[in-house]
Design a protein around this ligand. Structure first.
Ligand SMILES: [Zn+2]
Length: 122
């Protein structure tokens, strides 16, 4: 990886992991002459589809990093929090299945245009 573009670190919120500075939103990563945006909304869907290997590689690196408690991107959702564990596809661009609760579906939609990681609380 040569560079990453971060859109957000700290936010003044008590309910979000961003509020304590542990949440990082990454919008793009560059390696060599390839820049991928972690965005598969319609305007970016083509570049997303053309770079799924790179996207998957970045996701997996965070997925395998024990310092990371949560990794969310437009394709997959992982939370290692024992009180709120999940590891499943992000289906934001499909109609909400009945078994998926609305709050979680909104979390999926909120991550259709970036890669979010959360660092464990020390
Ligand atoms: Zn975030």
């Amino acid at each position: 990886m040569d560079s990453i573009q971060v859109s957000s670190l700290w936010r003044n919120s008590t309910t979000s992991p961003h509020g304590s500075g542990r949440g990082i939103d990454i919008v793009a990563a560059t390696r060599g002459d390839v820049t991928v945006r972690f965005n598969n909304t319609p305007a970016y869907a083509n570049q997303y589809d053309q770079n799924t290997e790179f996207i998957e590689e970045v996701y997996t690196a965070f997925y395998n990093d024990p310092r990371v408690s949560q990794v969310l991107n437009p394709s997959r959702m992982l939370s290692r929090d024992p009180n709120n564990y999940y590891d499943e596809p992000n289906i934001w661009n499909q109609p909400k299945p009945q078994k998926v609760n609305s709050k979680f579906y909104r979390l999926m939609i909120a991550h259709n245009n970036h890669l979010h990681i959360t660092i464990w609380r020390q």
